[in-house]
Design a protein around this ligand. Sequence first.
Ligand code: CA2
Length: 143
Amino acid sequence: MRILVMSGPNLQLLGTREPERYGSVTLEEVHARLVALGAELGVGVDCIQTNHEGVLLDKIASARGHYSGIVINAGAWTHTSIAVRDALLGVAIPFVEVHLSNVAAREPFRHSSYLSDVAAGVVFGFGAESYALGLRGLVARLT
Ligand code: CA2
């Protein structure tokens, strides 16, 4: 079984800016941890990050037949993109929405998500650990 981990806009900055909000671990380190956790859980993990919404949409579309589940931090697109929602619904692959920060405790525009109501689960507020918790939850759901 393979799981795709996707991160959206500006998340390449992780560990280099705003550590008080997003933590000091880099996205590269997060990816390495997830691959290791996947090995522990008996699943293959591939990770991608993009700042281009169309690239994310194409990656979601091509995930069909290759991945059993998706862990996604769609970043700001979470709050704006019906297209990302439609792409995830279109491939019908179970996904977990994750966020580093506690979006419920931030600006009102971060309180709404186009993904939460169609996600298998949502994890937010645990920094980089949100991704690991999301991966664990998704694998438990799929096995
Ligand atoms: O908390 C999260 O994971 C977010 O998805 C992060 C997004 C934000 O728009 C969402 O509301 C919540 C922002 C990602 C920006 O990434 C940075 C990482 C480190 C430093 C600066 C930006």
